[in-house]
Design a protein. Structure first.
Length: 92
C-alpha cells in the first residue's frame, strides 16, 4: 500500500482477503496504515458463503485470518451472517 504509516482512522477489507496471495502480509499492511487505537474491519466469506458463491470452501481460512489479527489487535469482535464473518479489530 502506497500510504504512510498510521494514515487512516479505519481500514476495511470486504470479501477480498481470500483473493490475496499473501493474506498475512495484507493484514500486516492494513494495521501499518491504521492509526493507533484505530479500527481494522475485515469481512470475508465463511465456508457456507463460499459454497453459496460456488467457490471452494475452506474451513481453515477464517481461523487463519483470526490468528494473524491477534498479532496486531488489542481486541477483536466477531459477527457472523449467513455468508460471512466480520472481524472488528482495535489496533494496539
Amino acid at each position: 500500500m502506497p500510504f504512510k504509516k498510521e494514515s487512516f482512522d479505519a481500514v476495511f477489507s470486504y470479501h477480498s482477503l481470500h483473493h490475496m496471495k499473501n493474506m498475512p502480509k495484507a493484514i500486516h499492511k492494513m494495521f501499518r496504515v491504521c492509526k493507533k487505537q484505530g479500527l481494522v474491519v475485515i469481512s470475508d466469506l465463511h465456508a457456507g458463503g463460499r459454497r453459496e458463491y460456488e467457490d471452494m470452501p475452506d474451513d481453515k481460512f477464517l481461523p487463519r485470518i483470526e490468528k494473524h489479527l491477534m498479532k496486531h489487535a488489542k481486541s477483536i469482535k466477531k459477527e457472523e451472517t449467513k455468508i460471512n464473518m466480520m472481524f472488528v479489530c482495535k489496533k494496539k
